[in-house]
Design a protein around this ligand. Structure first.
Ligand code: ATP
Ligand code: MN
Length: 467
């Protein structure tokens, strides 16, 4: 290993700056062998280091030391290669390496699980410890990074502060969320929570919103970005029990401002990926039925989001149902909670693009949402997108102390638990609003992946906490 002293370069850099690299000697790359092909006069090793979608071809002449071993490598080997960069003759790539020296630093001794033929997404979930080596999962994980990075850029540039809210909490934000208990009590103990670690029942958080509200009414504009836990048994392709949520909370903000923030944010995320992760998008376009992925994203980046009220949305759905244009498993009526099939009809068939639905019946929404003058609906909004359904849920918050207390009582929540949350309305209250974007839903939308378990490295869902 000592002989190779040049500093390793990322294959991404070599490919993107090929003009600069052509002609350079002693360039060092490391990575995993994707394939190896032998011809009469030399071997071609295709190597990928994870930095980008594309791989680098290395031409190995039999004169290279340990050529015997090199030419016997198979997919999955890990190597360190030094060589001269030359313009490529082959199609599809502009630059390749002529090897000066190759060291094998990791061999494959057993049958390599990631054989070309056995790489269905279902199978890859069973080898999640290795699947970052595949084209599909690595591109998705790079885009996951891109969306996280772009989130900090978007909010940072707009003067938002990134805040951290607790993961262990004693309050149930939604009033209905299924929560994971956090306890140090021995198993089987008839639960006396006064003897528990915190002296009362505690849980993993389902949302950082309530605490984010406290911080927004001091710092003005904040956002959280953290893990969120919901013990939902819903075994769907859109739910995890551990997922990441981005929750901006803004003071002096109403629902219209919030809707604008949400669409600006989504468009920024899409733009960032379009501008910086083209190879990933191009690859993903070839997967599944993603052919129009890039043009779809380009259209969404530029278009204004549609907006309808819940009441209008229900009319659209009823009309589709009555005219037999569309069958729904769940009947639609004013007051019903919109199911994924309804959401997807609205965004995929009716509006054919992202749509923001506002002003839901208060009965189906959380206690903290601001009541409209009609006394029936609240200033809530959901952003729906094709292929996924709900991607963002948000609202203007109730800032009237009396009304909030009434709502807490109506919903039979414990007023005492919310004393600090109510204080925000007693001391210098202000109109404010916020939303939650599920990071994994956003990744699904941008990548066209159809199962949420494939957009997080190690998915957690009911019955599964492997790895
Ligand atoms: P859904 O109706 O899809 O179950 P929700 O209305 O319960 O979602 P919210 O409480 O509004 O979700 O949470 C805000 C956002 O968090 C959602 O818009 C969605 O993007 C994401 N989200 C919610 N639950 C999950 C989950 N179990 N797994 C992954 N993302 C989720
Ligand atoms: Mn929601």
């Amino acid at each position: 290993m000592k002989e190779i002293e040049s500093k390793r370069v990322l294959i991404k850099k070599v490919l993107e700056e090929s003009d600069k690299f052509v002609g350079q000697e002693g360039v060092l790359v490391c990575g995993w062998v994707r394939s190896l092909r032998k011809s009469k006069h030399c071997s071609f090793v295709v190597v990928n280091d994870g930095s980008t979608q594309n791989a680098l071809q290395i031409v190995v002449d039999p004169a290279v030391a340990n050529y015997e071993d090199i030419s016997k490598m198979i997919t999955g080997f890990c190597i360190r290669a030094r060589g001269k960069m030359v313009a490529s003759q082959g199609k599809g790539q502009t630059i390749e390496m002529v090897a000066e020296k190759i060291e094998i630093i990791g061999t494959v001794n057993d049958e390599y699980p990631l054989q070309k033929k056995a790489t269905s997404l279902e199978f890859l979930r069973e080898v999640a410890h290795l699947r970052a080596r595949t084209n599909t999962i690595s591109s998705v994980l790079r885009i996951r990074h891109a969306l996280s990075f772009a989130t900090h850029k978007f909010f940072g540039d707009r003067g938002f502060f990134y805040v951290h809210t607790p993961i262990v909490t004693a309050s149930d934000c939604e009033g209905a969320g299924a929560m994971f208990r956090v306890t140090t009590l021995p198993p089987g103990d008839a639960a006396d929570f006064s003897k528990d670690f915190y002296g009362k029942p505690t849980f993993l958080t389902v949302s950082g919103q309530l605490e984010a509200e406290c911080l927004a009414l001091g710092l003005g504009q904040v956002y959280t970005f953290g893990p969120t836990f919901r013990a939902e048994n819903s075994n769907t392709p859109r739910h995890l029990s551990e997922f990441w949520m981005i929750e901006p909370e803004v003071a002096f903000c109403d629902l219209d401002d919030l809707a604008e923030l949400a669409s600006d944010y989504l468009q920024f995320l899409i733009g960032h990926v379009l501008d910086h992760y083209r190879p990933e998008l191009e690859f993903l376009s070839t997967q599944n039925q993603n052919g129009d992925l890039i043009s779809r994203l380009q259209a969404v980046r530029a278009a204004k989001f549609h907006r309808v009220s819940y009441t209008e949305a229900v009319q659209i759905l009823e009309e589709a149902m009555n005219s037999k244009k569309q069958k729904f498993e769940f009947k639609v009526y004013w007051g019903c909670d919109l199911q994924t099939e309804h959401e997807r009809y609205l965004t995929e068939k009716h509006f054919m693009g992202p749509v923001i639905v506002t002003d839901y019946p208060k009965e189906i929404k959380a206690f903290y949402m601001k009541e409209n003058p009609d006394g029936k609906t609240v200033r809530a909004m959901d952003v729906l997108v094709p292929g996924v359904g709900e991607i963002i849920g948000g609202s203007q918050r109730e800032d009237d102390h009396q009304k909030l207390v009434k709502r807490i009582q109506e919903m039979q929540l414990h007023e005492k638990d919310y004393w600090w949350y109510l204080d925000l309305r007693k001391f210098g209250g202000a109109p404010h609003a916020g939303f939650g974007l599920g990071l994994e839903r956003a990744i699904m939308y941008v990548t066209g992946m159809t199962n949420i378990r494939d957009v997080i490295a190690f998915p957690r869902f009911s019955g599964s906490a492997e790895f």
